[in-house]
Write a protein that binds this ligand. Sequence first.
Ligand SMILES: [Zn+2]
Length: 170
Amino acid sequence: MKKILFFILLIFGFLFLISPNVEAKFNNPDSIRVYVEPHPTSFIADEAMSAWTKATAGKIKFKKATKPEDVQIYVRFVKNIGKSTDSNAIGLTHHIYANGHRLELIEISEKAPNGRLFSRDARLRVMIHEFGHALGLEHSTDPKSVMYPTKGTKIIHADDVRTLKYIYGW
Ligand SMILES: [Zn+2]
């Protein structure tokens, strides 16, 4: 029985290796419609979008919408995400369906589960990371990647851009 289980795991392991779990989320990567909820720190979302546009030399661009209808990414600021999950997450990206179309919902937390406020830098790093998820990137095991899950960097690495290039085919 253990042997069978081992082989099943092995097969799934290989399937995972040969089919990286990445997909293009948008067919208009140079004009992705984004709604950012009004918030005193909403400029962090603007900074994150600029970072992606700069890193991809304009291949990824965002259009800010003044209304949430018909957008492709929705950024929401919440008091505390960590409490609703088992992790100490500062940010989360969900894929949801709204009015029949797919939406990437980014949630950014103001406070850690212990009530501590996150620094501006920490939140920018997380915002860039969450936008990476919204664009279709998965976690990286490389600490130099913005997609490294914990205590990462806010500098978008060439490999992050390379993966996007692969996904969107520019
Ligand atoms: Zn993540």
